[in-house]
Design a protein around this ligand. Structure first.
Ligand code: TYD
Ligand code: MG
Length: 463
């Protein structure tokens, strides 16, 4: 390994917004966060001598970059390798791409290590893999692999957290696929900061990214999310990697959802659905109705919606509880939905529906620990709130979807017919949707479709 000469060039990066500063300061000049800056290595003395940085200098060296007509650049048609797990391939955009760096985040215990070990074992016959574990011992990893009954040919493991040594082993072994579990345990000798600090995580991840791009090996980085929901300081890693996948799910439920938040090789917001069982994560290829609470009697405060996350319609249940508040400032709590959106919808409900919830606590939850980001949830949320307030269930076998505008209009959402079809297939009898989403006939495959233009119409339809 090259010896360090001189002091590495450093900068200070904000853990909240990722902005870089030349000197330390108490408050980030970009986003205003306090005490969020920590030191990072910009360029080590060793790296400064590397051909890569020489290429990018102004000095006009022999290997200075050349302008090339884009049509003459040779490229490989994003050759994709299946991970052997269909739902994982779907989230990745159709399989794993050579040299891709994928960040997999999620709460501790949600199944990140399990999924990656399963994928690594499935792919090992075609892509020799190296599983680097910084959290569990080799014995624990091997024990889990045995319990899951995974084929282990072509799969190597390494219990190590120092990036320099991980890269040495990788250079010797030449794996095509590396899993680093987790990035929070990695550290580089070039920094004095403690492992787990933003600077260590960022620099270590950057070294692995560089390795992936140089060798064409694909790298999975496992990251635990922090209490605020980001990976080791939000945004710090997200811009370096090709894809960011997050695991979502309720600790009480066995279903897990893997969602693409960023993907240079595929669509974002694509979902993969898994069920955790005693043989690890099993894919759920037809997840349509698993996020319904499953009660046979329709309860007050519940409304089923058809969401379309990624390229697939999903039936999801939204629940609301509206209760007299003892507080002067009643609570508005949204789980699985955006908080501000809920506040806005309640204001629309008051102004255009004449329904007063100002003295009530309002809690809204999406069943199954899944997150719904679409505005198609607006109408179902309001119907659930109203149903809870009136303590009266919606008519049996009813679904709804539609965006609610600030002037009380119900707006159509994309792929209306596909959503109606999904609801009809699952035996729903009525759908409350925006006018432009409703077929002219007023029914769809035997399901009554009620077209609503204004919030007031929807409130009547749901009565
Ligand atoms: P794990 O993959 O270790 O989570 P992470 O790496 O995200 O922290 O998942 C561990 C959880 O999954 C743990 O609570 C046990 C459970 N589990 C099963 O239910 N079945 C299994 O076959 C395995 C391996 C784990
Ligand atoms: Mg783990």
């Amino acid at each position: 390994m090259a010896k360090l000469q001189g002091k590495p060039r450093t900068a200070y990066v904000c853990a909240e917004c990722g902005a870089e500063h030349n000197k330390w300061q108490g408050q980030c000049g970009e986003c205003g966060a306090w005490n969020s800056l920590s030191e990072i290595v910009l360029e080590s003395a060793a790296a400064a001598k590397s051909p890569a940085s020489r290429r990018s200098s102004w000095a006009g060296k022999v290997d200075a970059p050349k302008v090339t007509a884009l049509k003459d650049v040779r490229h490989s048609e994003d050759a994709r390798v299946s991970t052997g797990i269909g739902e994982f391939d779907r989230v990745l955009g159709g399989g794993l791409v050579e040299g891709a760096v994928v960040l997999v985040g999620g709460d501790p215990g949600i199944g990140k290590s399990t999924l990656l070990l399963q994928a690594l074992a499935q792919m090992a016959p075609t892509l020799p893999g190296l599983y680097v574990t910084g959290e569990e011992s080799l014995g624990q990893v091997a024990g889990r692999a045995a319990r899951l009954g995974l084929p282990l040919d072509g799969l190597n493991a390494l219990a190590e957290t120092g990036v320099e040594r991980i890269l040495e082993h990788a250079s010797a072994l030449q794996p095509k696929l590396i899993v680093a579990d987790s990035v929070q345990t990695l550290w580089t000798e070039q920094l004095t900061a403690a492992p787990g600090s933003v600077s260590q995580v960022r620099e270590s991840a950057a070294r692995l990214v560089r390795y992936a791009k140089e060798t064409g090996a694909a790298v999975f980085l496992v990251g635990h999310v922090t209490k605020e929901g980001g990976i080791a300081g939000p945004r710090v890693l997200e811009h370096m990697v090709d894809a960011v996948l997050y695991f979502e799910g309720d600790s009480g439920s066995r279903f897990r959802v893997l969602r693409a938040f960023k993907n240079r090789f595929g669509a974002v917001n694509e979902l993969g659905v898994f069920a955790m069982g005693d043989k690890g994560l099993r894919e759920v290829p037809n997840p349509s109705a698993i996020f319904l609470s499953g009660g046979s009697v329709q309860q007050p405060g519940s409304c089923v919606m058809v969401t379309r996350e990624g390229t697939r319609p999903l039936l999801v249940e939204v629940q609301a509880l509206v209760d007299a508040s003892p507080l002067s400032n009643p609570r508005r709590v949204a789980v699985g939905l955006e908080q501000n959106r809920l506040a806005m919808l309640l204001a629309v409900l008051h102004r255009h529906g004449g329904v007063v919830v100002g003295d009530q606590d309002v809690f809204v939850n999406v069943v199954g620990g899944i997150r719904v980001q679409e505005t198609a949830a607006d109408l179902p949320v309001l119907l659930a709130v109203l149903s809870s307030l009136r303590d009266k269930p919606l008519p049996d076998k009813t679904v709804a979807f539609g965006e609610v505008g600030l002037s009380g209009e119900i707006r159509p959402v994309p792929n209306g017919e596909e959503r109606l079809k999904e609801a009809a297939t699952h035996g729903f009898k009525r759908a409350i949707v925006a006018k432009a989403n409703a077929p002219k006939a007023g029914s769809y495959k035997g399901m009554e479709v009620i077209a609503v233009e204004r919030l007031a119409d929807a409130l009547i339809a749901a009565d």
